[in-house]
Design a binder for this molecule. Structure first.
Ligand code: HEM
Length: 390
């Protein structure tokens, strides 16, 4: 670390910001303090990083990829691998051919075609707990996205229970023990290596077979590229959506008036989904690395410094949102950054939105009134016990 870097960090405001695991219990209190006292600050966690909390700063950084690089990785701490996650960890212009390959898989039309099956699967999952006085909704939140996306991608669904274990180890255990995440990541890469080889022998109507036939600026994808794409789809596509469904049910289970509003008019669910994404997104922050020196809010930052874009804080920025700490299911203007923005804006947002809408709507149609039976965190993978009410 150079002397100037040291000086900048010594004089800059510090805030021990964390955005994983139990830290999520109090993260909204942190945002309140950070917005008020230190919208740009330094944290020593995870090797050290600057945090940006203002909507305007996060948005500007997302669009300035000449300064804010996604290499070596957006993910902090890592998802158990030093390999690039494609396309997440690739800067423009190399990013473009990868997005051109992936975008057609996620068009609104293709995602609409998955809706009937999504409704069907949601009803089946609810049937399985029908009649219980209290039931755990966590499997519903997790299984629905895993089944819809797994089927679409051609991941063998008989392995769904194993997927759950891997995702837990990679996404949730990584900030405590990196070896757990690394071990799981190795297993996932081996799994996809085999699956790609199988699809090469007998292609089907699935995403992996389409990747095998894809054109990357005039050449096929290499096996490594396919592997790195599959790994990202696996870790990006399941827990994120599951977390949003959970957060929505968690909130509705404690706010009878909000639940009644949706039960009276189910067409309000998509606006509610946007508000859950804004206020309670499972992806609270992602990182960049500075390609060159820059100054934000009068603070000098150096090339090589990590910068965390706190999407969750941007989504509660009082300069951008009226009453940002209120969850308003009919919020009219909701320019949240839950899916990021700019070159890397989430490719799965069309799918995620539909899955959350269906999951919430089917639950409400089945149980017009329910409550949280036991306190539970809004985030994570633990039980979410719901009690249907008559
Ligand atoms: C509620 C659920 C989801 C949330 C909150 C979410 C959030 C995000 C965020 C914040 C980014 C980074 C954007 C940026 O830095 O600008 C991202 C990227 C990405 N997401 Fe999602 N995501 C969700 C669901 C999904 C699903 C279902 C998929 C489907 C496979 C998916 C696939 C991806 C991919 C491939 C990228 C990388 C895009 C790129 O680097 O160009 N996501 N997501």
């Amino acid at each position: 670390m150079s002397d100037t870097t040291n000086q900048a960090r010594q004089t800059a405001p510090t805030f021990d910001f964390d955005f994983h695991g139990p830290a999520l219990d109090t993260i909204f209190d942190d945002y309140e303090v950070m917005h008020r006292e230190c919208p740009v600050s330094w944290s020593d966690r995870y090797g050290g990083f600057w945090t940006l909390t203002r909507h305007a700063d996060v948005h500007a950084a997302e669009h300035d990829w000449d300064t804010f690089s996604v290499a070596p990785s957006m993910i902090l701490p890592s998802f158990g691998t030093d390999r690039p996650l494609i396309p997440l960890d690739i800067d423009p212009p190399s990013l473009t051919p990868y997005r051109q390959i992936l975008l057609p898989f996620f068009t609104p039309q293709k995602m609409d075609a998955l809706l009937p099956r999504t409704h069907e699967l949601a009803r089946e999952l609810l049937d399985a707990v029908e009649g219980q006085e209290v039931f755990d909704a966590a499997p519903y939140c997790r299984m629905l996205p895993a089944m819809v996306f797994g089927e679409y991608c051609g991941f063998p669904m008989e392995d769904a229970a194993q997927f759950d274990v891997w995702v837990d180890d990679i996404v949730f255990a990584r900030s405590d023990d990196e070896t757990v995440a690394r071990q799981a990541a190795d297993e996932v890469y081996d799994y996809f290596r085999d699956l790609i080889a199988q699809r090469r022998r007998s292609p089907g109507p699935d995403v992996i077979s389409a990747l095998l036939a894809a054109d990357h600026a005039g050449r096929p994808l290499t096996d490594d590229e396919m592997l790195d794409i599959c790994y990202l789809l696996f870790v990006a596509g399941l827990e994120t959506t599951a977390g949003t469904i959970r957060a929505g049910l968690w909130y509705l289970g404690q706010h009878a008036d909000a639940l009644a509003l949706l039960a009276d008019d189910i067409s309000r669910v998509p606006a509610a989904t946007e508000e859950f994404l804004r206020a309670l997104s499972p992806v609270q922050a992602m990182a960049r690395t500075l390609k060159r020196d820059t100054v934000i809010d009068g603070i000098e930052m150096k090339a090589g410094d990590r910068v965390v874009l706190a999407f969750g804080a941007a989504n509660r920025d009082p300069e951008r949102f009226e009453c940002p700490y209120d969850v308003r299911l009919d919020r009219e203007s909701n320019p949240h950054t839950a899916f990021g923005a700019g070159a890397h804006r989430c490719l799965g947002s069309n799918l995620a939105r539909r899955e959350v809408n269906v999951a919430l709507a089917e639950m409400i149609l089945r149980h017009t009134r329910f409550e949280l039976a036991e306190p539970a965190p809004w985030h994570g993978i633990g039980p979410l016990l719901l009690r249907p009410l008559r």
